[in-house]
Design a protein around this ligand. Sequence first.
Ligand code: MG
Length: 341
Amino acid sequence: MELSFIPYRIQCRHPFGIARSTHEYYDVVYVYLQENGFVGRGEAAPASRYSETIELVLSRLENCPTYFDDISNPESGLDKLVPFAGGMKSLEAAFSMAVFDIWTQKQKLPLYSYFGVEAAIAPVTSFTIAIGELDSIPEKIKEAEPYAILKIKLGTKNDKEIIDTVRDCTEKPVRVDANEGWDLQTAMEMCEWLSGKNIEFVEQPLPADQLDKTAILRSSSPIPIFADENCMTSQDIPTIAHAFHGINIKLMKCGCLLEAKRMIETARKHDLQIMLGCMVESSVGITAAAHLSPLVDYADLDGNLLIDNDPYTGVSVINGQIVLPKGNGLGVEVKNVSDLK
Ligand SMILES: [Mg+2]
């Protein structure tokens, strides 16, 4: 089985601002496994918050063999490939997607079937309004017309103005993501202020190293609190479960699709609600996550909707509802970018 890869720059439709950074583009890497006419595809979208960069991912891949023999099932493929990721979760995720994509194509199965999932019950996804100029919010809300739920990025000096502006435009349910941007007092005031404003939950209000303070917030907040930066893998769940009502699972944080499934099972045991989220990614990574989405309570799989040069097609969103592709494997296809597979 041949392994190859290519970097690609995805361009944001609008500058993507969160509490700690703003980006006009992100660099991702596509990883391919090829054998007997089949192509398995994966995507790594490294996040600097987790000390992963495009340079590190590429240097790992440049030192990876280009041929692997005797890959007879997904487990043996993962055993051979994952060590070359050097612990970088975004690259583990890309390897895992490519392995499962080519394996399930060969088995003539859509990926979700492998996980025992019914495609018919995929959830509704939220659509993110990132931090930017206040006067751009009405236009962004108009663009979000097809989506039933909005995710609003906060963690700024004018958070209340942002929410007031959103509420002047729409009554749709809103999820708030502070991306570690508040301190405890601000978070307690904001959660109180946000209650009654049709807010579903608040994601990662405090920095990840303030778990004790997050537990205090959880005990008083009228709105559920979800972990993102505090919850990377299934091993984190027992430690943080007391401080949150739910978790945000992302392939780029946990790596393998099997680990994402393990996180879902562990979170259920701890009575946590579950969202499946993403980085800003193209349709390869988003589609891989979408195959697991029928297993969770909430989806925030809009990374591919926030860019304007997605080179792949895969999962689609119809009236806000995630619709999984019909093909075998991931079900993604390259559009018209000649050097991609
Ligand atoms: Mg988040």
